[in-house]
Design a protein around this ligand. Structure first.
Ligand SMILES: CC(C)(COP(=O)(O)OP(=O)(O)OC[C@H]1O[C@@H](n2cnc3c(N)ncnc32)[C@H](O)[C@@H]1OP(=O)(O)O)[C@@H](O)C(=O)NCCC(=O)NCCS
Length: 373
């Protein structure tokens, strides 16, 4: 089996920022419009008035301060409350492929590679903008890659699950250099009109180059010591949007056709699962959690990551051991742990150990144990 490295990452960051203050202003304007439109029913007690959101709640409950989005105007329009994208003709690069190509090109440049060096592209994301042809194949063509390409979706764990497929392909010799790309336009699936979750997500795209150690030339390389994936069915994070909606005569705009979650249950159930998963994965490699120099964790909630670190290394875990990016990016689904890895892997020395870990809908958990070369 050949040694495999992560040799580079690339990040596409959308041009627009929405601060919590802007988000709450738009949300509360929408609430006022709705309550005015239904004032009679509310007065008769037939309808509950909608409640306002607040910046203080969002920051205390989640740690999120702002998010990047591909379209800002549609999201903040209180008469719309979701992004507005122009439909593209079939012969134009699709929106998800466009942001993916940007992140892929940056990752390839950082790895000292061109598209021609890539022999597999895995597009791993929590939402895919069409059924087929696979976005990955469109991305493969746009960057001039050879080999094969496919899409996959394991929600927030898509990146780590994709990395394991890439690592296995390179280890076994069916590919030499694989791009795993995570275009997350979460603004399209978020219910911006639900105060329980309207603040959670942001848009972004990450790309990771996974290649044989023998061909890697990048200055910054991370040997993959192991990957481990796990799933356990739960309805606590769910989105019923799908190709059978039409045949079910279902309302395509119904609440269940966008992101829903039981946030409290997710918090309580996933924290111990993620901590136990990381601990047992490290144990299988004869590594103690305290030997790890950096944890690049999924970025859903500040409190979740603090709990996981406390369970793994005790109450004195320094904040820089598990760097935070959700304050500026919010939850970017599968891309979150990769953004943390992209932005916070400096300052480590050859031989230092790190763990990338994602967790989310499914439930799903994926971990990748790395050693700096
Ligand atoms: C979503 C999350 C931030 C909510 O935080 P929480 O502390 O659980 O908050 P709750 O939903 O229990 O709400 C607490 C109270 O604040 C209220 N509230 C909810 N949203 C609010 C908002 N935007 N503004 C003000 N108040 C709000 C609730 O109505 C509730 O009021 P009540 O106590 O009177 O019923 C948190 O549960 C979480 O992050 N969970 C994990 C999420 C996750 O990892 N998801 C993965 C997605 S891929």
């Amino acid at each position: 089996m050949r040694p495999v490295v992560l040799s580079a990452t690339g990040l596409y960051r959308p041009p627009h920022v929405i601060t919590n203050a802007e988000l709450v202003t738009a949300f509360n304007a929408w609430v006022a419009l709705q309550n005015a439109a239904h004032a009679d029913a509310i007065a008769r007690g037939e309808r509950e008035p909608l409640q306002a959101s607040s910046v203080e709640f969002i920051e205390k409950a989640s740690g999120i301060r702002q998010r990047y989005v591909v379209d800002k105007a549609g999201v903040l329009d209180p008469t719309r409350m979701y992004p507005k994208f122009a439909e593209r003709p079939d012969d134009q690069l699709s929106l998800m492929a466009e942001i993916a190509v940007d992140a892929c090109r940056k990752a390839l440049a950082a790895a000292g590679k061109t598209g021609a060096d890539v022999d597999a592209v895995i597009c791993a994301a929590s939402n895919l903008q069409r059924a087929y042809p696979a976005l990955a194949v469109e991305i493969q063509q746009a960057i001039g890659a050879g080999g094969y390409a496919f899409d996959m979706n394991v929600a927030c764990s898509s990146a780590t699950f994709g990395i394991e497929q890439a690592v296995n392909a390179v280890r076994s010799g069916t590919a030499d250099c694989v791009l795993v790309v995570n275009p997350e336009i979460t603004s399209g699936h978020l219910e911006w009109r639900d105060r329980d979750c309207h603040f959670i997500f942001g848009d972004v795209c990450t790309a990771t180059v996974v290649e044989a150690a023998a061909t890697a030339t990048a200055a910054d390389q991370w040997e993959v010591l192991g990957t481990r994936l796990a799933t356990q069915f739960s309805n606590n994070i769910r989105n019923n949007f799908g190709f059978l909606n039409r045949s079910e005569d279902a309302d395509p705009l119904a609440r269940d056709k966008t992101f829903r979650q039981e946030g409290r249950k997710v918090f309580k159930e996933v924290v111990p699962m993620a901590a136990a998963h990381i601990e047992s994965h490290l144990h299988s490699l004869a590594i103690a959690p305290s030997d790890v120099r950096r944890y690049w964790l999924h970025q859903a909630n500040l409190g979740m990551n603090q709990f996981i670190m406390r369970k793994l290394v005790g109450p004195d875990a320094p904040a820089e051991l598990a760097p935070l990016i959700l304050d500026t990016y919010a939850n970017t689904s599968s891309a979150g742990s990769i953004i943390a890895f992209h932005e916070h892997r400096g300052g480590l020395c050859a031989g230092d150990l790190g763990v990338v870990c994602s967790f989310g809908a499914g439930y799903s958990i994926g971990s990748v144990v790395l050693r700096k070369r």
